[in-house]
Ligand binder design. Sequence first.
Ligand SMILES: C[S@@+](CC[C@H](N)C(=O)[O-])C[C@H]1O[C@@H](n2cnc3c(N)ncnc32)[C@H](O)[C@@H]1O
Length: 213
Amino acid sequence: MRMRRKKHGAERIAACSELLIENGADVTAAFPDKEKPLCLEIGCGKGGFACGMAAAHPEINLIALERVADVACLALEKAKACAEERPDNLRFMIADARTLLELFPEHSIDRIYLNFSDPWPKKGYAKRRLTYADFLKTYRKILVPGGALIQKTDNENLFDFSLEQFAAEGLRVEYMTRDLHNSEYAEGNVMTEYEQNFSSQGMPIYSAKVIFE
Ligand SMILES: C[S@@+](CC[C@H](N)C(=O)[O-])C[C@H]1O[C@@H](n2cnc3c(N)ncnc32)[C@H](O)[C@@H]1O
């Protein structure tokens, strides 16, 4: 997602500081109710999914991670605008997923969401895909035993690649579908901005849930 640099970006982010966890801060201390399962969305974009999930699921705490500050700024502002519509269970971090082990304690996360991650189609860039083996090993470290990863994508090649990586890592596939919106797993699905765009064009959405046992 390429964007022009936001005018007054730092000030706009600072105006939403109550929703932002600084890198290196204690993530588990960021929520008023620390007993709720902690979920993590990686690459949240403009924050539509994060806001929708947090509102629909008051029983969880959700951290939405985004590496591009200007994009995170839009997500923060969206979350701030609808803060009254949900419990105080949503926070954001501006960081790259490559630094996850510096950000999260071991076994602190219950569920990871990867929504429409960049596909990095060139073979030489496979290591950048967020379902590459090295990322899965990192996820295993920060997830609780039995923790889950839920992926949604429009990109069949990325999906097939991901299924191979899940199998190589020994993950249990709880479900997988090549047409989420017309499947039994559609109920309760919260759409992302990309998902709305792709599905409005009639494109199928690929999704899988895998368990780190
Ligand atoms: C294709 S967009 C999808 C945005 C959103 N999830 C959606 O479905 O509408 C991918 C997003 O992931 C972010 N991203 C990509 N790689 C990342 C990484 N390594 N760490 C954190 N964010 C990342 C990008 O900056 C971008 O905002």
